[in-house]
Design a protein around this ligand. Structure first.
Ligand code: AMP
Length: 419
C-alpha cells in the first residue's frame, strides 16, 4: 500500500479529503478548530515536498446548492494562517478547472463544501414527504448516476488522492470512498491522521495484548448493543458503566428508583450477560451508586448499594467502591478501550467516577498498557480532566470509531487499502 511518507509529491497535485466540519457561531467564527489542526501535518508535508493541494471537505448538512449558511469560505483565512500559505478558494467544487490548472507547487486551493451537491452523499434531495417508494427509487437512481460524473470531476483535478478524514471514513460518499477508484494503487493513500486512527484501532481490536478491558459507559444500552456484542468476542473484561448500568441492575432484580432505564431492553441485558458467560468474558458491573433526588448538580445526594436505590432517587454516577473495583481491573490490563462516561460527568458533583476511571487508565498506560479513548463524550471527559496526554490515543472520529469497534469495514479505509 502506498504511504504519504513514501510518495513523491514534488510537482504533483494532491486531492486531499479532510474533515473541516468545524463548529461556527452565529457570526461564523470558528469555535473549535481541532479538526483543522488535525489535518495540518498531512497538508504541510505535501506542500513542503513541493506538491500542491486541492482540499475537499464537507461542513454541516446543507440541503441545497449553494447553501450560504454552510459555506467553507468562512474558514479560508484561518486555514491560511494555520497552514502558513494563502489558501485560494473555489466557490463551486465542480467548476474549479481553471484554478486547479493555475496551481503551482506549494500552493493550496480549498473547494467549496462538497455536500452542496447531492452527489457527494449520493442521496436524492427535494423529495415530497408523500413520495412513493417508486419515486424514491427513481430519484435515488438519478443521483447515483450523476454521482459518477461528480466523482470523476473531483478526481480529474489531481494526480493523487489522500484521505485524511477519519471522521467520515464510515461513509461511502463520493470524496471519501468512491473517488479512490479513479486512482491506481500507487496514487492513493491515507494521510497522517487517518494512518494514526487506523493503527490505534488495529492495536486494540487486532493485535491485542491481553488482558483487554473495555469500559462502556454513556446513557443507553440500545445505542451500544452492536459494540458490546462485538466486544464480547474480543475482550477479557467488560466494564459496564453510565446510565446503562441501571437497565442491567433492574434486569438482575435490583431496585433502581427513578434511574434512567430502558425497560424494553431488560431481556437483552440478561442475554448479553449470558453470552458473556459463555465466552468467558468477565462482566464488571457497578456495586454502589451516587444517587440524587433530582437531575441537577445541586441535588441532594447519597451513596447506596446499586441494588437499593430508593424509589424517589436516581443513580447519577458510580460510588467509591465501584471506582476502586473498576480501577483495579483497569490497572491489571494491557489493552484498554474507553467509550462513554460512568455518570453525568457534565455536572461537577457526578463527574468523580469518570475522572477516577480516566486516572486509572492513565496509570495503566504509564505501566505499559495501550489505551484508546474515543467516541463522543469520553473525549470531552479526558479533556475536561486534563488526562488526554496520559492515554495512548484519543480518537478524533466519533461515529467512525464506533463502527470500527463494531467490527464493520469502513468504506473510506477499504477504498484505499482494500479491506
Ligand atoms: P453516550 O452519548 O451514549 O455516550 O452518553 C453520554 C451521556 O450519558 C452523557 O451526557 C452523560 O451525562 C449521560 N449519562 C451517563 N450516566 C448517566 C446516568 N446515570 N443517568 C443519566 N445520564 C447519564
Amino acid at each position: 500500500m502506498q504511504t504519504i511518507d513514501q510518495f513523491k509529491f514534488a510537482g504533483k497535485k494532491a486531492f486531499v479529503r479532510v474533515d473541516f466540519n468545524v463548529p461556527v457561531d452565529e457570526q461564523f467564527n470558528i469555535t473549535d478548530d481541532t479538526r483543522i489542526r488535525a489535518a495540518l501535518p498531512t497538508l504541510k508535508k505535501i506542500l513542503a515536498d513541493g506538491g500542491s493541494l486541492i482540499i475537499g471537505s464537507h461542513m454541516g448538512r446543507p440541503k441545497k446548492n449553494p447553501d450560504p449558511k454552510f459555506s467553507l469560505k468562512v474558514i479560508v483565512d484561518h486555514v491560511s494562517e494555520l497552514l502558513g500559505v494563502p489558501v485560494q478558494f473555489a466557490p463551486d467544487c465542480q467548476k474549479a478547472d481553471a484554478q486547479v490548472a493555475a496551481l503551482k507547487p506549494g500552493e493550496a486551493l480549498l473547494l467549496e463544501n462538497l455536500r452542496f451537491y447531492a452527489e457527494e452523499e449520493g442521496k436524492p434531495r427535494g423529495l415530497a414527504d408523500d413520495a412513493t417508494d417508486e419515486e424514491k427509487a427513481a430519484a435515488k437512481k438519478v443521483v447515483k448516476e450523476s454521482q459518477k460524473a461528480f466523482t470523476a470531476k473531483l478526481a480529474s483535478y489531481a494526480d493523487c488522492y489522500v484521505n485524511d478524514a477519519f471522521g467520515t471514513a464510515h461513509r461511502a460518499h463520493a470524496s471519501t470512498a468512491l473517488i479512490a477508484k479513479n486512482f491506481d494503487e500507487q496514487n492513493k493513500m491515507f494521510g497522517y491522521l487517518m494512518e494514526k486512527e487506523v493503527k490505534a484501532v488495529e492495536q486494540v481490536m487486532g493485535h491485542t495484548v491481553r488482558p483487554f478491558t473495555a469500559i462502556m459507559g454513556g446513557s443507553k444500552v440500545s445505542t451500544k448493543i452492536d459494540i458490546i456484542e462485538n466486544l464480547l468476542s474480543k475482550v477479557d473484561n467488560l466494564i459496564i458503566a453510565g446510565g446503562m448500568t441501571y437497565t442491567f441492575t433492574k434486569a438482575l432484580g435490583g431496585k433502581i428508583g427513578t434511574s434512567i432505564c430502558e425497560d424494553d431492553k431488560l431481556d437483552l441485558a440478561l442475554e448479553l450477560l449470558k453470552k458473556a458467560k459463555a465466552k468467558n468474558v468477565n462482566i464488571v458491573l457497578a456495586v454502589d451508586a451516587k444517587i440524587a433526588d433530582t437531575f441537577s448538580n445541586d441535588a441532594k445526594t447519597a451513596i447506596v448499594d446499586v441494588n437499593e436505590i430508593p424509589d424517589d432517587m436516581m443513580g447519577m454516577d458510580i460510588g467509591p467502591k465501584t471506582e476502586k473495583l473498576f480501577a483495579d481491573v483497569i490497572k491489571s490490563s494491557k489493552t484498554i478501550l474507553w467509550n462513554g462516561p460512568t455518570g453525568v460527568f457534565e455536572f461537577e458533583n457526578f463527574s468523580h467516577g469518570s475522572q477516577a476511571v480516566g486516572e486509572a487508565i492513565v496509570e495503566a498506560t504509564k505501566a505499559g498498557a495501550y489505551s484508546l479513548v474515543g467516541g463522543g463524550d469520553s473525549v470531552a471527559c479526558v479533556n475536561k480532566f486534563g488526562l488526554a496526554q496520559g492515554v495512548s490515543y484519543v480518537s478524533t472520529g466519533g461515529g467512525a470509531l464506533l463502527e470500527a469497534i463494531e467490527g464493520r469495514v469502513l468504506p473510506g479505509i477499504e477504498a484505499i487499502r482494500g479491506f
